[in-house]
Every structure is written in structure tokens, then in C-alpha cells.
Write a protein that binds this ligand. Structure first.
Ligand code: AMP
Length: 193
């Protein structure tokens, strides 16, 4: 096992989504986190898939760190059961806090906010700012279009094959955690020659 993952940052929809399998996957991931003694780090809200994954962890006695902005906190969507709540002045410091508290990052199905967060985690690995694993829980192929886009970047000489290969893609939470534990970023510069 290359990585001892004690805390996992989960990026996911602040909406429930229309597909029951996506909510089921959020619940299932929460259960696996507790079974593997991994703390959940996430955006701190009680809404959408975010609330579902947090509820699943808390219901089983697991530990949850929520990192939320003053703006969202004032809107009254902060989860009331968080083990630890960090309130930040803005989105930039929120993402930095989430990164700092986490040993790895994953995206579940979600919208543009989820995409932005996981893209930042990937970009920062890409430029060597961190070496923590990044993965996608690819429920029912939800992330296939994005993975195809990354392959297109590789084929066009804008993204390294080695980095694409080090990115974790898994269909189930069990597979996801196992792959994150063994994932290693390559020692390559970001520029494709
Ligand atoms: P989205 O996928 O657009 O629903 O955005 C969800 C992601 O962005 C989460 O991982 C959060 O960290 C952040 N985010 C966006 N909107 C919200 C919200 N209303 N409440 C809390 N976090 C949010």
C-alpha cells in the first residue's frame, strides 16, 4: 500500500440529482469510509449528495470535517452534525483547507462546482503542488465524457499519459479506496515534449 489514507476529501453535487444510483453511491461511499476508518472531508453542507455522504458517515459513528464558506453558512445549509466545522471567508481558502485536511481527493457525480474542485486537485497534482491521489467514482459511466476529454488532451499533446494513467477511476467505493491506496503520481514535469 503506497498511501495510508486516513482522510478523504469528497467533492460531489450540492443537489440530489435525478439518478437514484448516484445517491446510493454517496451513501455506499460513506459506509465504506467508516468501515475503513477514514475521515470524510467535504464542503460541509447538509444539501444534495454532500448531505447524503455526510449523513451516511455520521450515522455509523464516523468522523466528518466540513469546510464551508461564511456565505453558505449564513444561508443556513451547514450540516448540524459535523464532527468538526471549519468556516472560511471565501471559496479559495475553503478549497485550500479541504486540501490541507485530506490525504486523497475524489469526485462523485455532481455539477460545475464538483468539476471545478476536482479539476483544481488534479491540476495541483499535475504541477507538483501535492502528490496526493485523485480519483473519480464513475457511477454508471457518469464521468466517461470527462475521461474521454482527458484522453483527448493526451492524444493532442497537452497532458501526459503517465499522469492520465495515475488518475484513479473506479466503479465502486471498495475499488475506489483500494486504488487510491496504491496510486502513485509519476515523477514527470507537466510539459509534454
Ligand atoms: P455542484 O457540483 O455545482 O453542486 O457543487 C458542489 C461542490 O461545490 C461541493 O463539493 C461543494 O464543496 C461546492 N458547493 C457548490 N455549491 C454548494 C452549496 N450550495 N453548498 C455547499 N457547497 C457547495
Amino acid at each position: 500500500m503506497a498511501n495510508d489514507i486516513r482522510s478523504l476529501c469528497v467533492y460531489c453535487g450540492s443537489s440530489d440529482g435525478y439518478v437514484a444510483a448516484h445517491a446510493d453511491a454517496a451513501r455506499d461511499l460513506g459506509r465504506h469510509l467508516v468501515e475503513n476508518n477514514i475521515r470524510l472531508v467535504y464542503g460541509g453542507a447538509a444539501v444534495g449528495l454532500m448531505g447524503i455522504v455526510a449523513d451516511a458517515v455520521l450515522a455509523r459513528g464516523g468522523s466528518v470535517t466540513g469546510v464551508i464558506t461564511e456565505h453558505f453558512d449564513a444561508a443556513g445549509i451547514t450540516h448540524s452534525g459535523l464532527t468538526k466545522c471549519v468556516i472560511t471567508p471565501d471559496m479559495h481558502s475553503r478549497k485550500a483547507e479541504m486540501m490541507q485536511h485530506s490525504d486523497a481527493f475524489v469526485a462523485l457525480p455532481g455539477g460545475i462546482g464538483t468539476l471545478e474542485e476536482v479539476a483544481e486537485a488534479l491540476t495541483w497534482a499535475h504541477i507538483g503542488h501535492h502528490r496526493k491521489p485523485v480519483g473519480f467514482l464513475n457511477v454508471d459511466g457518469f464521468y466517461n465524457p470527462l475521461i474521454n476529454m482527458l484522453d483527448q488532451m493526451v492524444a493532442s499533446g497537452f497532458y501526459r499519459q503517465e499522469q492520465r494513467d495515475a488518475l484513479v477511476v473506479a466503479k465502486t467505493p471498495k475499488e475506489l479506496i483500494s486504488k487510491l491506496q496504491s496510486a502513485v503520481w509519476p515523477d514527470v514535469t507537466k510539459w509534454v515534449r
